[in-house]
Design a protein around this ligand. Sequence first.
Ligand SMILES: [Zn+2]
Length: 246
Amino acid sequence: MHRRNHTYTRNIVLGMTVSFCVLLSSCTALKKVAKTEAHVSAYEQISPVKGRVISAFGYRDKKKHTGSDIKLQNGDTVKAAFCGRVTKASSYSGYGNLVILKHANNIITYYAHLSKCLVEVGDSVVAGEVVGLGGRTGRASTDHLHFEVRYDNIPRNPEQFFDFATGTVRIPFLAYSPAKESKMEKTEKDLKEKEKSTNFEKIVTIKPGDTLYALARRHNTTVKQLQELNDLEEPILKPGMKLKVK
Ligand SMILES: [Zn+2]
């Protein structure tokens, strides 16, 4: 049952992909296929490199990291994740040598810090075609690929789409819709809130000079709550006493 549904969904996705790629016409250009390292079908989605993620998408030092940083060696080949058209292939600020590909379904991919771009603006590429060689141009402290996946020009977590360590696909670009993601993010947020609100018991040892008032302030609670938590009849603290503050 599940298997059949899966095959059915996959066929739809593949069908859509083929149509999109045919629309992009040049995805099937023979000379391009010849340039790919291994033979790949036009509708495939391929991890641009295989390697360890050394910096994930998200917040890093209070700044948004708009892609996944994947470790590679200088000169390693970087492949197009999907068929599409090259819209940039030159140096761009902190990105260093950058290749940008425009795909179907409003998806755009970025390949940054390349030591060399091997495509030109206007070129059509197929999935798996080498777009450049890895490096550390731009703002990079080590050889790595900064890979971005944008939908509606908003960076999305590339690890939703790929497991870079194994080089396998998680979500096909064409099956992606931000509604699914916002739902996922919401669930994550809910879980985090839940974690926060789950009060784990916390016990402190009273030191000389501690007062209920000071403890309450220090642990973001009230004298009344502390008394209730600890069944304190009299608000007198003795050094060495154990008190629940949560
Ligand atoms: Zn990065």
